[in-house]
Design a protein around this ligand. Structure first.
Ligand code: AP5
Length: 216
């Protein structure tokens, strides 16, 4: 199965991907995580991406399309895309690359959350730099405050989760990414709109129910 998870920053794309990958045997391909790994490794791509990410802007399309198409090829046939595509140009690049390989996306899961909910989610997010687990200081607290439940060590706050940058990320989403939903509507791959201002468990149950309905 080939899925895309769309939605604003903090909608819960990463959280939901982690909750469904085992059930459907999918590789989780997060453009944000791949970029952060490139930055941590000090690669040329990581250095180019840094200033864009720190300000809440998008990294240029050509760099992202090349990076994600490469990741998709390595993943084989079953994957869920998280954070990509984020512009109509990226969606078009993806469609063309999949068509060339005789493939298509099976469904687009669009997480719908109001802006007001987003800032509280992002400013309270904490992640484990070692295993990638994601927590929230109120909604999904670690068993011991500030420490990963898996024993990896201290949790960190992402630099781009500071209030000023969150505001820019939301603006960028409305200006450049929202249109991606419209790009997919009425095409081959169905768009499943999911109300995501509910518990993570309720959102997962809805995603699975809608995917099962699609499979008939
Ligand atoms: P990226 O890492 O993709 O960030 P994002 O899309 O802004 O998404 P987030 O990771 O912030 O949120 P999420 O939806 O995954 O939410 P999460 O599950 O963590 O991108 C970062 C940057 O990289 C971009 O700004 C850009 O510069 C660059 N970039 C990446 N992709 C790019 C692309 N394609 N093109 C160009 N540039 C690109 O949840 C958030 C919090 O809420 C957590 O604390 C979680 O515990 C909590 N939570 C989750 N679900 C719930 C729930 N149902 N109820 C309560 N709390 C919840």
């Amino acid at each position: 199965m080939r899925l895309i998870l769309l939605g604003p920053p903090g909608a819960g794309k990463g959280t939901q991907c982690k909750r469904i990958i085992d059930k459907y045997a999918l590789t989780h391909l997060s453009s944000g995580d791949i970029l952060r790994a490139q930055r941590a490794g000090g690669t040329a791509l990581g250095k180019k991406a840094q200033a864009y990410m720190d300000s809440g802007a998008l990294v240029p399309d050509d760099l992202i399309i090349e990076m994600m198409i490469g990741a998709i090829k390595k993943a084989g046939g079953n994957f869920v895309l998280d954070g990509f595509p984020r512009t109509v140009a990226q969606a078009d690049g993806l469609t063309k690359a999949l068509k060339k390989a005789g493939e298509k996306i099976d469904a687009i899961v669009n997480l719908v959350v109001a802006d007001e909910v987003i800032s509280a989610r992002l400013t309270g997010r904490r992640s484990c730099p070692k295993c990638g687990a994601v927590y929230h200081i109120v909604n999904v607290p670690a068993k011991v405050a500030g420490k990963c439940d898996k024993g990896c060590g201290p949790l960190v706050q992402r630099d781009d989760d500071k209030p000023q940058v969150v505001e820019n990320r939301l603006r960028t989403y409305h200006q450049q990414t929202e249109a991606v939903v419209g790009y997919y509507e009425g095409k081959d791959s169905p768009v499943l709109n999911i109300e995501a201002d509910r518990s993570a468990e309720a959102v997962t149950a809805d995603i699975i129910a809608q995917l099962q309905r699609l499979a008939g």
